[in-house]
Design a protein around this ligand. Structure first.
Ligand SMILES: [Zn+2]
Length: 79
């Protein structure tokens, strides 16, 4: 008796998830490691960098942006 196997492979897509929150911005001083508060735009963290530079003389920063994605089936299963 022969065995037959059928494989169904789905097409998946990846989309930016925007129903809960947009991207989260957070900046960090590269000299001392202090971090800004997280924010949904870069404006607050940018202002934090300028205040931090004025107060400490530290001038190098990095920005971390967290963006959420959701995978979902696209066009159903294919054979
Ligand atoms: Zn600093």
């Amino acid at each position: 008796m022969a065995t037959t196997e059928t494989w169904h492979v789905a097409n998946w897509g990846l989309d930016v998830e925007s129903s809960d929150s947009g991207s989260i911005y957070k900046h960090q001083c590269m000299t001392c490691g202090q971090k800004s508060s997280p924010a949904v735009t870069a404006d607050g963290p940018d202002a934090w960098c300028l205040r931090h530079a004025e107060q400490t003389g530290h001038t190098d920063f990095r920005c971390a942006v967290t963006t959420f994605f959701r995978a979902s089936l696209v066009g159903g299963a294919r054979r």
